[in-house]
Design a binder for this molecule. Structure first.
Ligand code: SF4
Length: 354
């Protein structure tokens, strides 16, 4: 493999997920399944911090959880697309694995050890009646990469990296004896112990006090950077994206509407939805009376419009001519438009087609 070629560690291609199936894969009660994500595509490269951002109900978590097929069964199914893991040629595999089709027994070997998850609620992710030490040691029992004899040393090193000072106290504690921020840092350590290639962090700071959110994200960024682990961060917060992510995909109503390096997207957002999310970031000393919001709300999947799903909330469409408005509400998906082909900063919008 040429050294100059940078290959993604994870490549999500045209992924569509629907809900409403029975255990035989047929529509439940004869009602047509509801498709909640539509041809979602993005690549994540080794060691990068990639953010998937959008309001609640945009399909971010469904997309993230479908990577490891952790969606509720039998209701949810991947109806189209692939999730290619290991496309970077490492892990001794000849070709990427399609996690969307991999037998469950093989996928189970990848869950946790090669692709780990950090969830919103650390208190629910940990067992309340088992000490932190026992729970961290359990990781070695289940993950593929065992380090016999050096488990506790590895745990102590990781806890120190996560900023813990009194490591003995943390190891002997039960979850209820630690704060939310400490528990989430324990979950980060737990996720990183097997040295995964990717961590999926689904709104990891939403349940925490604002004062510790930055601390937890800084620990995640620092530790993932040191171990070369790529992070897929799910968030609704553009402020977090601008501070921590390398690249971002903006999601609206089940579709990716803009992708690119964070600096490009922040400095020159192309899609009106991205512009709205950025305008809605509160300034620490700003006037709350002038705080901006995007009018309306994300539609339910059963109400997704034909054409551009953002049309009902889009000022660019509302102020455009009749021809643009007709295109926005046609049955066509808005075309891809590149701001910069070399950085792959792209969006989907009829108004930007030259
Ligand atoms: S395609 Fe139309 S509705 Fe959609 S973002 Fe562009 S202008 Fe707005």
């Amino acid at each position: 493999m040429s050294e100059s070629v940078r290959l993604p560690v994870l490549s999500v291609k045209s992924l569509s997920v629907a809900f409403g199936f029975d255990k035989n894969g047929a529509p439940r009660d004869g009602i047509p399944p509801l498709q909640v994500t539509d041809k979602v595509s993005f690549d994540i490269y080794p060691g990068e911090f990639f953010a998937l951002v959008g309001e609640s109900g945009c399909g971010k978590s469904v997309t993230a959880m479908s990577i490891l097929r952790l969606l509720p069964q039998p209701s949810a199914r991947i109806v189209e697309g692939s999730v290619l893991y290991g496309a970077d040629g490492e892990e001794g595999r000849d070709a990427a694995l399609d996690l969307a089709k991999l037998p469950l027994a093989d996928l189970q070997k990848i869950r946790g050890s090669e692709i780990a998850c950090i969830f919103q609620e650390p208190m629910q992710a940990l067992n309340p009646v088992v000490t932190i030490k026992k729970q961290l040691l359990e990781v070695f029992r289940y993950c593929a990469k065992k380090e016999s004899g050096s488990e506790e040393k590895a745990i102590r090193e990781m806890l120190a990296l996560a900023g813990f000072k009194d490591i003995d106290r943390v190891l002997d504690a039960y979850p209820h004896e630690l704060s939310g921020g400490m528990l989430q840092r324990v979950c980060i350590v737990m996720a990183l112990l097997p040295k995964p290639k990717i961590i999926i962090a689904d709104e990891p700071t939403t349940a925490l006090d604002v004062t510790v959110q930055a601390q937890v994200l800084a620990v995640l960024k620092e530790m993932a950077g040191r171990t070369g682990t790529a992070v897929l961060l799910i968030t609704h917060n553009m402020g977090i994206v601008s501070q921590y992510a390398d690249r971002v995909a903006v999601m609206y109503a089940g579709r990716i509407v803009e992708t690119g390096p964070v600096r490009d997207v922040i400095d020159a957002p192309m899609h009106p939805y991205t512009q709205g999310l950025l305008a809605a970031i509160p300034e620490s000393h700003g006037d709350m009376r002038t705080m901006k919001s995007i009018p309306g709300s994300v539609p339910h999947a059963r109400d997704f419009a034909k054409g551009c799903r953002f049309a009902d909330r889009c000022e660019r469409c509302a102020s455009g001519n009749a021809e643009l408005q007709a295109m926005c509400r046609s049955a066509q998906v808005p075309p891809r438009v590149f701001a910069d082909n070399s950085t792959q900063h792209e969006t989907n919008c009829f108004a930007l087609v030259e």
